[in-house]
Design a protein around this ligand. Structure first.
Ligand SMILES: Cc1cc2nc3c(=O)[nH]c(=O)nc-3n(C[C@H](O)[C@H](O)[C@H](O)COP(=O)(O)OP(=O)(O)OC[C@H]3O[C@@H](n4cnc5c(N)ncnc54)[C@H](O)[C@@H]3O)c2cc1C
Length: 492
């Protein structure tokens, strides 16, 4: 027997018998015993589904205006997997608003493309110092010292991403990183990538690039720092709030982040299919050690090298000289290096990223500095001590599996996901995903939402493992390097 739960104005739930839905719908969403929860759109009903909970303070003017939707805006919620599926059935509002939770590359490019398609959006991001998420740049005053402390550079293989990057080049937001990079084998053997495809970096680091991405938009609102802690379907709209404080209501919601935060947010949102896909995602961890040295590192014969993937050392997978990468001055400024651990080393030494015990921090720092000595072929203890260092754990650093779809969209729940992990583990995959979701949503809005089934994407895709470097993928770089290695083998 199926049952309807109706949230009445007194916030009690009324159980009513309900006709079973058609078998085709059943097979798509639910197990045979399904609870359908109809959220009434009466102005008195409350967004909270828990009747025992104290109602949230709602007398904001925004909230009162929404009451005018009256009974024409309805949403139903079906129980699937471990939570109920929300099902919006009412028409979109005349000027649909999209809420984007996450202001990394994926969320920002999604907002940018919605703007191009004439759709309004609001981006919420936790960033205290700026937008960008894993495109982080740390600037330490007064010197200043500068470090890209996550994404280091990116390559371009997708033509639409290429067009976007061309625009950034024109606006002076990115430039080609022509410095020498390659692979550093333990012991100090450096193999340069002589023929790598163009590599790009933010002109003043990755974060300034992220912060500038929306500068030319007119329909995007950014709210930062803001940590969205709750998503609730109510009166045909998504209501988002931050620690109980309402932050707006949206026709469509986008989750543009991943990891524990997203799992928590989706845990009771009414989006079981989206929540299930998000839960399948597996993420690696990476330690970042930022270190500033007074003098160039003692790397005799390797003075030209600016970045390297490190092989054969447990604790280090990448090192780059930010001074050379980001600054045109080749002066006596401090040498700011970013070192990343391997994912395996971070797994062995993992602790909660927001509370790293001093003993662990010291052990990891020592382990990584010893790893750098080993990589450079220096004797133990001969690496100069940095005069500034900072250790950070990226607890949810990079995806290790992917469904391989540009975006995920649940048309019944009017909710989507974009992010690097849907396609790969790179700045490019994040941007391509953001673009794809924006286009999909613009088209869904244009369709009036009358045939939702047509617009379901990625809700059931299986995941496959992701390959690449410990710090992600660099489309085009790997194939060029392989080509080079083969040519080298043929000619020797
Ligand atoms: C150590 C490291 C090195 C890397 N190096 C490279 C590289 O060299 N080249 C490359 O191409 N890629 C690299 N990557 C990967 C690249 O950084 C990512 O693929 C890309 O930046 C992901 O963008 P995103 O928008 O999908 O997610 P994110 O950048 O993670 O953005 C998600 C945003 O959502 C915010 N957020 C989370 N929860 C909430 C909430 N509840 N409310 C509001 N906001 C929220 C987060 O704070 C964050 O700002 C690296 C990653 C790491 C960790």
């Amino acid at each position: 027997m199926m049952t309807t739960l109706t949230c009445s104005s007194s916030s009690s739930l009324i159980l009513q018998p309900l006709k079973p839905p058609k078998p085709s719908k059943l097979s798509r969403f639910s197990k045979p015993r399904t609870l359908i929860l109809t959220v009434t759109s009466s102005s008195e009903s409350k967004p909270s589904k828990n009747p025992s909970k104290k109602p949230q303070k709602q007398p904001t003017s925004k909230f009162r205006r929404r009451a005018s939707y009256g009974s024409s805006r309805r949403s139903t919620i079906k129980k699937t997997f471990s939570q109920e599926q929300v099902n919006f059935t009412a028409p979109f509002s005349s000027e649909p608003q999209v809420g984007i939770i996450g202001g990394g590359m994926a969320g920002l490019v999604c907002a940018l493309n919605l703007d191009k398609r004439g759709v309004k959006s609001t981006v919420f991001d936790t960033g205290i110092h700026g937008l960008g998420g894993r495109m982080g740049t740390r600037i330490i005053d007064p010197q200043p010292l500068i470090f890209d402390h996550a994404a280091q550079f990116f390559t371009v293989s997708d033509s639409r991403f290429g067009q976007l990057v061309d625009g950034w080049l024109e606006r002076g937001l990115v430039r080609e990183w022509k410095g020498m990079i390659g692979e550093l084998e333990a012991g100090g053997q450096f193999i340069p990538y002589l023929n790598s495809p163009p590599r790009y970096v933010g002109v003043n680091g990755m974060r300034p690039l992220a912060d500038s991405l929306l500068a030319q938009t007119s329909m995007v609102n950014v709210v930062r720092p803001s940590w969205i802690s709750k998503l609730e379907p109510y009166n045909g709209m998504w209501h988002v709030s931050e620690n109980g404080k309402p932050q707006g209501q949206f026709d469509i919601i986008i989750i543009a982040h991943n990891g524990k935060c997203a799992n928590r947010l989706l845990g009771s949102s009414g989006l079981p299919l989206i929540a299930r896909q998000m839960k399948r995602l597996e993420l690696s961890s990476i330690w970042a050690l930022l270190a500033a040295f007074e003098d160039p590192l003692p790397i005799a014969g390797l003075e030209q090298f600016e970045g390297a993937f490190v092989n054969g050392v447990d604790s280090v997978s990448w090192m780059a000289n930010n001074l050379k990468k980001l600054s045109s001055s080749q002066s006596n400024d401090p040498q700011c290096w970013t070192f990343f651990s391997t994912a395996a080393y971070a797994k062995q030494t993992k602790v909660p990223q927001e509370n790293i015990p001093n003993a662990t921090a010291e052990k990891v720092k020592t382990g990584m500095l010893e790893g750098i000595e080993a990589a450079l072929g220096l004797s133990k203890g001969s690496l100069p001590r940095p005069f500034y260092s900072r250790l950070q754990l990226w607890g949810a650093a990079l995806p290790t599996n992917t469904p391989g779809v540009p975006c995920i969209f649940d048309p019944h729940g009017r909710a989507g996901i974009c992010g690097d992990w849907l396609l790969g583990s790179s700045v490019e995959s994040a941007a391509v995903s953001g673009m794809a979701l924006a286009d999909h949503i613009a088209e869904y809005i244009q369709s009036g939402g009358v045939d939702p089934e047509e617009f379901a994407v990625g809700l059931h895709h299986e995941f496959r493992p992701l390959e690449g470097h410990d710090i992600g993928q660099f489309p085009g770089l790997e194939s060029k390097v392989e080509e080079e290695a083969q040519t080298y083998q043929l000619t020797t």
